[in-house]
Design a protein around this ligand. Structure first.
Ligand code: ATP
Ligand code: MG
Length: 690
């Protein structure tokens, strides 16, 4: 079936709904087995972001809390005022907010009109055309970075927009992008939104099947791609892969091909395919921005597929723009003078929001990173930060863990003093990874900003604020503006208000940047997010709140391990394992167990170690037993070369669960798996270990 089109969703939460008939005594148990209690110490806010020229936008708990309270108690005033001040409107709105989580349908600023690309380009280009908007770090470190000014951006976006207009595309039509991480990707995204076209960026590592699924699901009329991408010295044959996909996507009428490597090894289909340069050449370098209603769809983006079939998330124009501007300004402290380095693909929400739209809406300079952090040496990020004097660096825990494994010396060679903060998103950050990021990369002088969000929320909902509260490792701290978390008892659906309890992570109020639907399947939208716990938005994750109100996302609801009547969060066990000197990464799942119901099983990758291979499982098991208790000691510790991950670098625990449950032949949707060979190796290692 097409991605996201199926009404039967695989969302794991169903098992936790009130009807699931789980152990009624779950809540007392949760307390006993709750791992974090008071043991996570707080790290004071570094003085650098609290005073002087590097002080963050908000620097006191009192000031932040006053803003946050207004965002909850009087969202019309809070978001209305920010929307008026931060966004350039074509026609100002008079109505701020509609709908609620009872119906699941929400809308913001409905009678206003605006244009996303005007807000990201024109308003800066008109004042400051020579300011650099985009710096692109090429795959080959010997190639000079490409720079695009706001003035050039306006011209190039306009030309492509005029070309798309001439192709007959109209507001609401979908355009697929399958592009390298280069400025042309941002240009194509901005050209689409200039006309009110809905882009769907597909990560350039996806297979032709995954690309075809996404194009078909969204019924895209145009595909914009490139001849090849370069990643870590390897050629990725985008056009050839796209050609395979195009056999199965009858909706695509035109294909625009950007010549990135200028290879001859591609074929162009007459009448359908046109080179980017030829397509834009005849067009005027100015295109008037089309007025778009606040609630018109801005773009769509598929979720990572960690828990099942990816969902084609649709964002609305004004709400999304406001969300990333608020997150960018207050959360990441982005200023116009900043150079923002976010190492993420525009095919993930992190890249869409903070590589492309956020920094540009705020008039800053953004860095696009085309390569991989370890090519040709494991210092690419750090050298990039030094050369461009980057002020924010943002990456996912998977990269932090990988770089930590390779040693400190690659970081220590560089002057990273331009950075004011380090950020992370995408998975819980293990304590050991946090410590390395904070101490080795940040020299203990700048905060690590953990941001918890989803493709669905467009911008972060739980956010360490630079300059506000002390950090706690593994916690994204407190709610961001507009979000009020409810931790629910998975069994009864009632809110658990006392601290130190794990439960289902839900939100009580809509935020402007929340997605409005799943493309082509609004019923799935209603049932995935609003049905399980009526009156709330259900994130699908579980979380723990300590007595200081710090929130710890403990993983997916489905990854909670129910062992002998206790509920254990996989994240806690994983963090404990990664804290051991021999362990690089860990994934813990609950496998079926005759006696206990479920027993934790750990899959680990190793750092260089002197511990003999055959002793590793015993050593790690004892380590967990000592750190958390016998209840948590994994039944098996299985050493693997690599863990199965999504293309966005998230561990796919559902695959490990299937393998342990003896269902290796039936792994579910694997279209977002980064490397299928890894799975075969894990199956083999598992067979040998148990
Ligand atoms: P799918 O919805 O298709 O299963 P996915 O949930 O991985 O895929 P994304 O929207 O890319 O797709 O990721 C959102 C999820 O990532 C969150 O629900 C959460 O599980 C995890 N996540 C994101 N940021 C954090 C964070 N800071 N700490 C812990 N987990 C995080
Ligand atoms: Mg998800």
């Amino acid at each position: 079936p097409a991605v996201g089109a199926s009404p039967v969703h695989e969302f794991p939460s169903l098992r936790y709904g009130p009807a699931a008939g789980l152990n009624k005594n779950l809540v007392p148990d949760l307390k006993d087995a709750t791992p974090y209690t008071t043991k996570v110490p707080s790290l004071p806010v570094p003085s650098r972001v609290q005073e002087g020229k590097d002080a963050a936008h908000v620097t006191s708990v009192a000031a932040f809390d006053a803003m946050w309270k207004q965002s909850i108690n009087d969202p019309e005033a809070f978001f209305g005022e920010h929307a008026r001040n931060m966004i350039d409107w074509i026609q100002p709105f008079t109505k701020t907010r509609h709908g609620d989580f009872k119906t699941g349908d929400t809308a913001w600023f409905v009678d206003g009109t605006l244009n996303m690309s005007y807000n990201c380009i024109d308003r800066h280009a008109l004042r400051n055309p020579d300011k650099v908007a985009i710096i692109c770090e090429r795959d080959d470190p010997n190639d000079a970075p490409v720079k695009v000014t706001y003035g050039e951006l306006l011209k190039r976006v306009s030309q492509l927009a005029n070309c798309l207009k001439e192709m007959g595309l109209k507001k609401g039509d979908r355009v697929a992008l399958y592009m390298p991480e280069c400025p042309e990707t941002a240009i194509a995204m901005l050209a689409c939104v200039r006309l009110g076209l809905v882009h769907s960026v597909v990560f350039p590592g996806f297979s032709h099947e995954a690309l075809a699924d996404r194009i078909r699901d969204a019924e895209c009329k145009v595909l914009i791609t490139a001849d090849e991408a370069m990643r870590g010295g390897q050629r990725v044959p985008l056009k050839n892969v796209a050609d395979e996909a195009l056999y199965h996507t009858p909706s695509v009428e035109k294909v625009i091909v950007f010549q990135h490597t200028k290879t001859n090894a591609i074929k162009m289909k007459a009448g359908r395919d046109i080179y980017w340069d030829d397509a834009v050449k005849p067009h005027r370098p100015y295109c008037a921005p089309v007025p778009v209603a606040a609630e018109d769809p801005l773009f769509m983006l598929y979720t990572s597929g960690s828990t099942g079939q990816p969902k084609g998330i649709v964002h609305a124009t004004a709400g999304y723009l406001l969300g990333i501007m608020l997150g960018g300004r207050y959360g990441l402290d982005i200023r116009e003078s900043d150079v923002v380095a976010v190492a993420a693909s525009a095919g993930w929400i992190l890249g869409a929001s903070y590589v492309v739209y956020g920094p540009l809406a705020l008039g800053a300079t953004t860095i696009m990173f085309e390569s991989i952090p370890t090519w040709p040496t494991p210092d690419r990020y750090w050298s990039m930060i030094e050369r461009h004097r980057a002020t924010q660096f943002f990456t996912a825990p998977t990269a932090i863990r990988a770089l930590r494994r390779l040693g400190d010396e690659h970081v220590l060679k560089y002057d990273l003093s331009s950075l004011r903060l380090l950020a992370t998103a995408g998975e819980p950050i293990n304590e050991a990874a946090h410590e390395w990021y904070f101490n080795v990369v940040g020299k203990g002088q700048i905060p690590v900003i953990d941001t918890y969000w989803q493709t669905e929320t467009g911008s972060p909902c739980i956010h360490t604020m630079p300059g506000v509260r002390p950090m706690k490792r593994g916690s994204a701290t407190h709610e961001f503006f507009g979000t009020q978390v409810a931790i629910l008892d998975p069994e009864t659906g009632h809110e658990i208000t006392e601290p130190n309890v794990t439960g289902v992570l839900c939100y009580k109020h809509p935020i402007p940047s929340l997605c409005r639907t799943i493309y082509g399947d609004h019923q799935r939208y209603e049932s995935v997010y609003f049905k399980e716990y009526p009156g709330h938005f259900f994130t699908g994750d579980s979380a723990y709140r300590d007595e200081d109100g710090y929130l710890f996302v403990t993983g997916r609801c489905d990854d909670v391990i129910n062992t002998a009547g206790h509920r254990l969060g996989g994240t806690e066990l994983e963090s404990t394992l990664v804290a051991h000197e021999a362990c690089a990464e860990a994934a813990v799942i609950g496998a079926h167990d005759e006696i206990k119901g479920q027993a934790p099983v750990a899959f680990v990758t190793l750092k260089p170690t002197h511990i003999p291979a055959d002793q590793i499982p015993t050593v790690l098991r004892h380590h967990v037993r000592r750190a958390i208790g016998a209840i948590a000691a994994p039944k098996y510790v299985i050493v693997v070369d690599e863990l199965p991950k999504t293309r966005s670098g998230k561990i796919m625990r559902r695959i490990l669960r299937k393998i342990m449950d003896g269902e290796s032949h039936n792994l579910g949707d694997t279209s977002t798996l980064a490397d299928p060979d890894v799975v075969d190796k894990v199956i083999k290692a598992t067979e040998e270990a148990i």
